[in-house]
Design a protein around this ligand. Structure first.
Ligand SMILES: Nc1ncnc2c1ncn2[C@@H]1O[C@H](COP(=O)(O)OP(=O)(O)OP(=O)(O)O)[C@@H](O)[C@H]1O
Length: 327
């Protein structure tokens, strides 16, 4: 579906070290126009460094980059003119009001006065900041600042937007508002490069996801492709009678029983055929089941399987690494 689209962001063999520390150890990235690409990784994995290189803020030690048709080596200005960046450190000026911040951006983007006012009003409305427009951002909540920051990025109508951990630390409601705004941008044809520590965020928004760990992309694919990389799916059968549980445990080789919960987990990839096979076996053996649920692995399971560590504590864990690529 996205295969025929032109490439909005292409990076090959990106390398970057700080002193002895290799932060990016040769990474390749390709993002089709109008899609969301998510770079996922724990604290310190190199996500911000990647965004800084692709958005011309710092130089790589090696590799080539094209963004929105411009080559980084020969036309960094072209890239700067086509992109918007919302970083972890916001561009918001605390001495100006929210509205003045937006008007300033309109000026910097060479919009005339009328167009600048129109765009500012539209963005204040869109991000539910009309009531806060005349206040300085020092009085804003973290979520409001983040929304103002994204609104400022949108003043120039960029075709490619880099969002570096746009929802870190936000409450679930504000996170949803940001997600909706991002979906709206993509629907309008914008390409999004999103970094996040949240597996759920990548799962919700991204067309393709790359997992960055120890300077390398250790897995890449759609959310479903990544989930298929790992085992862990199962059908959970719930019983009301221990005798039924006993009988089912004998029927399904390789199953795991939970006696306290009167439940049995039968390994399964969750597809219809395997579900039908389980139901047929239960039928033939006349086993009564109270309920049945299908569990498919989520990105947390993927992260654990590919890095050997849970996503939460990934930043301070050991060097265990596996390589896996989905094409
Ligand atoms: N200017 C710098 N000088 C030295 N080391 C740096 C510099 N910038 C980043 N680093 C190091 O590079 C590594 C990657 O940092 P980066 O900010 O890209 O990670 P990240 O994945 O964005 O993490 P986070 O989620 O914490 O922002 C870190 O170990 C960091 O300490």
């Amino acid at each position: 579906m996205t295969l025929d689209r032109p490439t909005a962001i292409a990076a090959t063999g990106l390398r970057k070290s700080y002193g002895e520390q290799t932060v990016l150890d040769g990474i390749d990235i390709s993002v089709p126009e109008g899609t969301v690409f998510s770079l996922l990784g724990p604290n310190g994995a190199g996500k911000t460094t990647t965004v800084q290189i692709l958005s011309t803020l710092i130089e790589a030690d090696g590799g080539s980059v094209r963004v929105a048709g411009h080559d980084l080596a020969t036309d960094a200005d072209g890239i700067r003119g086509a992109i918007g960046v919302t970083g972890q450190f916001s561009a918001v000026d605390n001495l100006l009001t929210g509205e003045e911040n937006l008007l300033l951006m309109a000026d910097l983007n060479h919009l005339d006065r009328r167009e600048g006012r129109r765009r500012t009003a539209e963005l204040l409305e869109r991000f539910d900041l009309v009531d806060a427009a005349k206040k300085t951002p020092a009085l804003y909540s973290g979520g409001m600042r983040r929304k103002l920051d994204l609104a400022m990025t949108l003043v120039g109508d960029p075709k490619v937007i880099f969002l570096d951990e746009p929802t870190t630390g936000l409450d679930p409601r504000t996170r949803r508002i940001m997600w909706d705004a991002i979906r709206g941008l993509v629907a309008g044809g914008v390409t999004i490069f999103l970094t996040t520590q949240y597996l759920e965020e990548a799962d919700e928004l991204a067309d393709r996801i790359a997992l960055l760990d120890h300077g390398k992309i250790v897995a890449e694919g759609t959310s479903d492709e990544l989930k298929r990389l790992i085992p862990g799916g199962h059908i959970r059968l719930q019983f009301t009678d221990p005798a039924e549980l006993d009988q089912a445990a004998r029927t399904f080789a390789g199953s795991t029983r939970d006696d306290a919960a009167l439940a049995l987990q039968v390994p399964s990839d969750g597809d219809v055929d395997s579900l039908r096979a389980v139901l047929d076996h239960l039928d033939v053996a006349s086993i009564e089941v109270a309920s049945l649920t299908v569990h498919t692995p989520d990105l947390d399971d993927v992260f654990l399987a590919l890095t050997g560590r849970p996503a939460e504590s990934a930043a301070d864990a050991d060097d265990t690494q596996q390589k896996e690529t989905v094409r």
